[in-house]
Design a protein around this ligand. Structure first.
Ligand SMILES: CC(C)(COP(=O)(O)OP(=O)(O)OC[C@H]1O[C@@H](n2cnc3c(N)ncnc32)[C@H](O)[C@@H]1OP(=O)(O)O)[C@@H](O)C(=O)NCCC(=O)NCCS
Length: 199
């Protein structure tokens, strides 16, 4: 993978592009429909993603069907620090990359006869490679996500390699860095392969 502002990765089935790579992307996102009642993910893409791009807060990527160019999925990434208490008085911070948004376009999924898990495919083919690439250039040991507090979704994230922190560690993270919009969500993380093990 070449690191460039014009990131374009092609898996054969899908191509991933940075949100601001083409004007077509701004039109495509208007047709995005999220599933599972997770309306905030659709709202973010349509109303906030571009502003966050401009301010440098987060980077959003659109995954398109290589043939039809239809929007299949999107995800956003940003850096973060995860605070971990060593004892009552001291703590360390774990450099991490946060998967801050991740959703499949249900309109696209419904139009497909193939029922495979598009999100899981995107995670393995695009998100993990980008994260590993970045972690090879900028120190980052964990990939984190704030999962909606749904048992099925958390189980799904576990199947992708994420796990929860111990309750005390989780509470410490929430009391220091949990974003307002992730209220009620559950912090999960996985080690980025190639980075050393967590403390
Ligand atoms: C998360 C997502 C990208 C995964 O896509 P995928 O790999 O194609 O897999 P699926 O859509 O089949 O979802 C995987 C499982 O998670 C569950 N799940 C996904 N999103 C969920 C949600 N918001 N609430 C409850 N359960 C959810 C699904 O029901 C499914 O459970 P199952 O395996 O028991 O059928 C996709 O489900 C999605 O767009 N969800 C809505 C947006 C969302 O919740 N994003 C995560 C924000 S933290």
């Amino acid at each position: 993978m070449i690191l460039s502002a014009q990131l374009m990765v092609d898996s054969g089935d899908f191509v991933v592009e940075h949100l601001v790579d083409s004007d077509e992307n701004r039109i495509l996102l208007e047709r995005f429909k999220v599933g599972k009642g997770a309306d905030g993910l659709e709202e973010y893409l349509k109303s906030c993603a571009l502003d966050d791009e401009i301010s440098g807060e987060s980077r959003t990527y659109l995954v398109k069907d290589s043939v039809s160019r239809a929007l299949a999925c999107y995800f956003s990434l940003r850096t973060c620090l995860v605070p971990l208490a060593l004892d009552d008085e001291t703590f360390v911070t774990m450099p991490a990359i946060e998967l801050s948004n991740f959703a499949v376009n249900e309109q696209y999924r419904r139009a497909q006869s193939n029922t495979r898990k598009i999100g899981a495919y995107v995670f393995l083919e695009f998100i993990l490679p980008i994260v590993k690439h970045v972690a090879g250039i900028v120190g980052a040991k964990w990939l984190s996500v704030y999962s909606l507090p749904e048992a099925g979704l958390m189980k799904y994230y576990e199947s992708l390699g994420f796990r929860s922190l111990a309750p005390d560690d989780e509470a410490f993270v929430y009391s220091h860095v949990k974003p307002k919009y992730d209220d009620g969500c559950i912090f999960m993380y996985q080690c980025i392969e190639g980075a050393s093990a967590p403390i």
